[in-house]
Ligand binder design. Sequence first.
Ligand SMILES: [Zn+2]
Ligand SMILES: [Zn+2]
Length: 401
Amino acid sequence: MAASKDYYDILGVNRDADAKTIKRAFLKLARQLHPDVSNEPNAEEKFKEVNEAYSVLSDEKRRANYDQFGNPDGPSGFGGDYVDMSDIFGGFGMDDLFSSFFGGMGGSAGARSVRTRGRDMGLNLHITLEEAACGCTKTVAYDRLAPCDDCGGTGVGEGGKVTACDHCQGTGRVVTVQQTILGQMKTQTTCPECGGTGKAVEGACETCGGQGRTPSRETVEVKIPAGIHSGQSIRIKGRGEAGVRGEVAGDLVVTISVSEHEHFQRQGDDLYYILKIDAFEAMVGITHTIAGILADEKVEVVVPAGCQYGQQLVIARYGMPRLHSSARGNLIIAVEVSVPVDLTDEQVQLVRSLLEQQKSQAKEAVQVDDDSDDEMDMDTATSAFRRPFGKKKRPRKGHRK
Ligand SMILES: [Zn+2]
Ligand SMILES: [Zn+2]
């Protein structure tokens, strides 16, 4: 995106033009230049230019950046806490917006199917695990066909009026009769001229060309409840594509995608956390304080003496809040024990003497109690660790049956 282009020149407006003027100028040009309707050479290229100019000048922040720095992204990339411009899926880019805008009504093609109700639109919204845990409200900018400001969505210009559609005499349906070998076949279809509304506009609004809707950059507030999961969506009624001339609008469906967290791994409403300690800490036990998933939450993790590699410590109700509930999942600490490798000579001596002591103790124990089944917890612990994020498993301390 070259910053040297003069976006105001491209749209043919003054530098102090207001939002409405800019939009009107843009729509007028777009209607002349859209590749679907224009025969002009370079129409596509010009259309792109006009589109780019509008995408900057219709956005308050980008326009201000452009005015001040000659660059819509500001002096150095994106500035501050700008609203999310999320991925739009379901075939809605600016191009689709224009195809709907130009193809929807009054197009030249005869038999194209006409839809007057607005379509549902989809948006992808990325949030962090912290945001999913406490719930949040996000302001999202997106492009849609919105009711036309200038005619209030009716499609009727000043001094114009709504009349009955000539093509279907106001019924909204047309009947075609075909001669076949079985006789006459009558088929009833939606009127292609009025899209089934039975209405036509005399003296259409110039801004929207009589459609009652225009491509617009809008913002919407999305309230995200605490405990939401990736893939769940929030439906906002009437904020999808506007209908033709005031017909029912579609909905906006915002699908949430929760990013991976640096420390926590989510499994349902439970959170897993890998706590790294060394062998000495594992032998004698240690207490660690870690940051919980909610803001300013501190969690005390008590690692018991003799903790094994892979042992899981369950801390109840410190996991993710459950959606639409006051309950919370658990926090599961998987302990990862490492062996220190940088011992001093003195420490090596100490450990050796401990080892000697332990060996002689073990000998005594064997002599005293030979049929002990206290073989080791190790097996349970190790296998538990191999699937710390698998099925919910809460290994208990003690013996296997
Ligand atoms: Zn009609
Ligand atoms: Zn209008």
